[in-house]
Design a protein around this ligand. Sequence first.
Ligand code: NDP
Ligand code: GDR
Length: 374
Amino acid sequence: MTKTALITGITGQDGSYLAEFLLAKGYEVHGIKRRASSFNTQRIDHIYQDPHEPNPKLRLHYGDLSDTSNLTRIIQDVQPDEVYNLGAQSHVAVSFESPEYTADVDAIGTLRLLEAIRFLGLEKKTRFYQASTSELYGLVQEIPQRETTPFYPRSPYAVAKLYSYWITVNYREAYGMYACNGILFNHESPRRGETFVTRKITRGLANIAQGLEPCLYMGNIDSLRDWGHAKDYVRMQWLMLQQDTPEDYVIATGEQYSVRQFISWAAAELGIGLEFSGSGVDEIATVTAVEGDKAPALKPGDVIMRIDPQYFRPAEVDTLLGDPSKAKQKLGWEPEITVQEMCAEMVAEDLKTARRHALLKEHGLDLPVSLENG
Ligand code: NDP
Ligand code: GDR
């Protein structure tokens, strides 16, 4: 029997990998995409199927997590076996700028989906995955963080996700729904949004190496994160819905590095030696050596990273380190891609794009490189 899945946030990083994964497993996949004034399906264009073909396995529906009737209608039409709620305003810093919108989408959006499933009488059929987050731990109460570690959210994003965490547990307990939280630590990939820190670094340094941008402006580079690869993490999202009983799981690598360390790795992938000097808002990173042909625009002595306090957050999550023992023991999960391999993959992809831009620029066909930051 073909299973049917509905993914909110299918146009995002995780949604795109999960859709690929489920299609490879033979699922019929439905996704909710938002109406936008420009194309927003770049991450899934390669798996797009012409709806005029007979039996397309991937179908997209216009919708929004803020729209109850729309969500209810889509769930009624699709009758999904599994719902993956990945849609969210997912940027922590932006949530301080748009706290109310973030609460509507990231908190009440989850309630809307759960309530639609229940209202339609699908609570015994439809399994539900909630994209919970290590940001719930915020001001950490225990190191490493596991399923039993108390939460202490530190942003409007994390507070909204806290509501979603508990409403998922509540629907499981109150209505016997198969509903789980994946408490995922940071996970990245070449498809990561450009304003999250890893992608900002790999894309920014690739552009600087090719002479397309002068300098990377960063926030708190002392911040410590447990970074994994999105491909490894979507496999877990699926596994969580295939068990006999619904449970919540921490997904992490169990290794922690600083943002500064990630900058050094990305620079090394480009053949750039870096030295950090100064402290606080005066810290800079200076090129000490350039090897190979990946960074023709740089020479020793160039300053390629500075601190810009506009990227500091009103309340920071300084340190996150997950303990994925439960997922490993109960679900047999092991991450396959190391953070260093992931960084290399991200740099390689961003360098390809930067080289294309540089080549066009050389021939007078200058394409604007977006300097939007985050
Ligand atoms: P992205 O930001 O890449 O993707 C978010 C998705 O949600 C996009 O498809 C976006 O659409 C969609 N979306 C945003 N607002 C709405 C809305 N109002 N209605 C419907 N859809 C909306 O996030 P990731 O793929 O990285 O993360 C997936 C989920 O996992 C998110 O919920 C995130 O909070 C959570 N998470 C992520 C972690 C990570 O490290 N990546 C770790 C832990 C949790 P559009 O493309 O149009 O913007
Ligand atoms: P995070 O990811 O807030 O952990 O949320 P992000 O990559 O944005 O930040 C990680 C850490 O890096 C520090 N930082 C900067 N961050 C950004 N974006 N830009 C900068 O210039 C910069 N300089 C330093 C941040 O302060 C932070 O400490 C991500 C999102 O995917 C969430 O949706 C998800 O829930 C969590 O990961 C787990």
